[in-house]
Design a protein. Structure first.
Lengths: 67, 147
């Protein structure tokens, strides 16, 4: 699933490791979400939206799914 | 290009291998590896000791029980690792376990047919080793796919 997570992260000048620390996940997970190779769980998706103070629909494009 | 700026303090190889993991995952994986190593050493020692002749009546049972107890500890440590793991790590573990379980099952179920056709008999203790190797390979392949 495509997302604008990378752009949102760049706006705050966060590294992937920093974002992973905020979300309490691994940097590998952040990288996989940004590259569209992994779709986060609903819980994690909501945490991402809450962290960036936006909605799921603003971050994720549901029309393109990763395996 | 996103650079991994996670500090790799010191030459600790374990940290470099798992620097993409959360601290919880690193700790839990480390515990699992420690218990697994303890089990492996106890198993080797038990195998060696059990070949001795002057063990008495109770000692062989104690010798057999020690690696069994350590294997339970390793299993509990692995379960804790999986239950607390980052969600992508958990998915990678699932895929690795699927490959390991499948490879072991195929070997145990399928090889007797080859043995009946004339292939050399296979020691059943080979199956766990095959499962572990396949489990490891499955994890490596799954991890690479999400990179």
């Amino acid at each position: 699933m495509k997302s604008c997570l990378r752009e949102l992260r760049a706006e705050r000048s966060w590294s992937q490791a920093k974002l992973a620390e905020h979300l309490e996940v691994s940097r590998q997970t952040v990288n996989a979400i940004e590259t569209g190779k992994y779709d986060p769980s609903l819980t994690l998706a909501f945490r991402i939206a809450h962290l960036f103070e936006t909605t799921l629909e603003q971050i994720f494009d549901p029309h393109d799914h990763a395996t | 290009m996103d650079i991994d700026d996670t500090p790799t303090t010191g030459p600790h190889r374990w940290f470099r291998l798992t620097r993409c993991h959360t601290p919880t995952d690193r700790r839990n994986q480390g515990l699992f590896m420690v218990w697994s190593l303890a089990w492996a050493l106890a198993y080797v020692a038990a195998t060696w000791v059990s070949q001795g002749s002057a063990l008495g009546a109770v000692t062989p049972w104690l010798v057999a029980a020690l690696p069994a107890v350590l294997s339970v500890a390793a299993l509990v440590a692995y379960l804790r690792f999986v239950q607390q793991a980052d969600e992508l790590v958990r998915r990678i573990q699932l895929e690795g376990l699927a490959v390991g379980f499948g490879a072991g099952t195929l070997l145990v179920v399928g090889y007797p047919l080859f043995a009946a056709a004339g292939a050399p008999p296979l020691d059943i203790t080979v199956a766990p080793a095959v499962m572990v190797l396949a489990w490891t390979a499955g994890q490596v392949i799954a991890s690479a796919r999400y990179r």
